[in-house]
Write a protein that binds this ligand. Structure first.
Ligand code: NAP
Length: 309
């Protein structure tokens, strides 16, 4: 029997990825959506989650696709209402909130799947396998994209709690923490805030493994032309390159695997969600979020030119 899904927040990622992935997967049936300004054909539509829970009580799980400042209240209400929850990244707007949600899921015996979609990119598993047992000597992340192209009109990204350039940057950190066997922490950071915004448009973060190996990360939302979502990890026995957000794997410059796009990420996410719901287990890993929070804590702040969405 399929799981009945209610989707909260009908915006770009819901339309581009969640709705097509749900409609292509027989383990799920999209029965309801809640959004203040948008509706979806063929399902019950509500203005908010409270109305959805009242009007479509048959829903088994809620998939939350709103910006992160709206995640905590929605996920907590859904869990308290006995629903399984799938949560878009970044998990919440403060680190304590995701911990409270994880506790609530255990208390209610419901699944909380706190997702990192980039971990489901095509070459991430192979990268983790290749790195296993190898000795890291250096690392570099270059995650640079054009915010006007990828996030048109999304003012929330630059509001307080919107993560700024860490909205995509946290994807790189989710891949890094997935493929490395070493733990990493933040050693220093420089954050560039547009003078008219509350969240950074660019950042440099110096990470260190517990063994003291340096991993430099550069994030920038002002990239024109070629876009970069690349991670390079040098070891004593070769250098691994993960590019296109984790879709392409190269060793010592030779491409071993390449996926044309990121189309497989969300189908794989929903397969995982179905498996978790079947057992009532949760998956929550807030290490990438802690790294971003630590960059905000320790980072020097530089004011740069105004940015208009
Ligand atoms: P979006 O296009 O702005 O859509 C989010 C929707 O959530 C809005 O359309 C809005 O619909 C609803 N919403 C509810 N509360 C809101 C609030 N306080 N502020 C703004 N909108 C609110 O954003 P998105 O790109 O889909 O991103 C949503 C989440 O998915 C974020 O956490 C993001 O990091 C993640 N994500 C995005 C992408 C991407 O490529 N865009 C990729 C992966 C993950 P109503 O106005 O109708 O309520």
């Amino acid at each position: 029997m399929s799981l009945k899904v209610g989707l909260l927040g009908v915006g770009k990622i819901a339309r581009d990825q969640h709705i097509p992935a749900l409609r292509a997967n027989r383990k799920f049936e999209l029965v309801a959506c809640a959004s203040r300004n948008a509706t979806v054909d063929g399902v019950a539509n509500y203005p908010d989650l409270v109305a959805m829970l009242a009007g479509s009580p048959q829903v088994d799980c809620i998939s939350i696709c709103t910006p992160p400042t709206a995640h905590f209240d929605a996920a907590m209400l859904a869990l308290k209402s006995g629903k399984h929850v799938m949560l878009e990244k970044p998990p919440t707007s403060t680190t304590r909130q995701i911990s409270l949600l994880a506790d609530e899921a255990v208390r209610r015996k419901r699944t909380l799947f706190q997702t990192w979609h980039s971990r489901f990119a095509a070459s991430v598993d192979a990268a983790r396998d290749w790195l296993s047992g190898r000795k890291l000597v250096a690392g570099r992340i270059v995650w640079k994209e054009d915010v006007h192209h990828w996030h048109p009109g999304q003012q929330w990204i630059f509001d307080a709690g919107g993560f700024g350039v860490f909205d995509p940057g946290i994807n790189a950190l989710s891949v890094l923490t997935e493929v490395l066997t070493h733990d990493v922490c933040v050693q220093g950071a420089l954050l560039e805030f547009p003078e008219n915004q509350q969240a950074p448009i660019a950042a440099r973060v110096d990470l260190r493994t517990a063994d003291g190996i340096a991993i430099e990360a550069e994030f920038d939302f002002r990239q024109k032309g070629e876009q970069s979502w690349d991670i390079e990890l040098a070891t004593t026995t070769g250098t691994l390159g993960l590019s296109n957000g984790g879709a392409t794997l190269a060793i010592d410059g030779r491409t071993l695997a390449s996926d044309a796009g990121l189309a497989g990420e969300y189908p794989r996410l929903y397969e995982k969600f179905a498996a978790l719901c079947a057992t009532g287990k949760s998956e929550v890993d807030w290490r990438p979020f802690q790294l971003v929070a630590d960059a905000f804590l320790i980072g020097e702040r530089r004011i740069v030119a105004p940015h208009h969405v």
